[in-house]
Ligand binder design. Structure first.
Ligand SMILES: [Zn+2]
Length: 131
């Protein structure tokens, strides 16, 4: 019988490394609620959150970015540059927006004619625009 073992600090896990841009062996550094909270890449030594799957790539070419890059894409950006979200406004991919309840986010892509997918700190959400 195979049991899912609880992760332990120092365990070796496979995680996606944002610096190496691939799935690699990592070492668990912190656990919270039985889940891996932080790990480091055994290849480049970068510390980051545990990512059991490679991120979904948004867009293509040099303008494309990874959907898990919230910290890189949104944190550190000037909040004054963010456009206040309202369903009547129109938004473009990569535009920073400020939502009354979700906070700052970045537009990942336009879906259908009046929907946008926006990455917020707690994940991607679909919002309406151009109403
Ligand atoms: Zn790495």
């Amino acid at each position: 019988m195979l049991l899912m073992a609880e992760p332990n600090i120092g365990d070796r896990v496979d995680s996606y490394c944002g610096r190496c841009k691939m799935m690699l062996a990592h070492t668990v550094e912190a656990i919270e609620g039985g889940k891996i909270k932080k790990c480091h890449c055994n290849t480049c030594g970068a510390q980051h959150a545990f990512r059991p799957k490679p991120p979904k790539r948004i867009g293509s070419g040099p303008g494309g970015f990874e959907s898990t890059d919230f910290d890189k894409l949104v944190k550190g950006q000037d909040p004054d540059k963010a456009k206040k979200y309202a369903p009547s406004e129109r938004f473009q991919p990569t535009e920073l927006i400020k939502h009354a309840s979700f906070g700052m986010g970045i537009v990942l892509m336009c879906k259908e004619s009046n929907k946008i997918e926006v990455l917020f700190e707690d994940g991607a959400k679909t919002l309406v625009h151009g109403r």
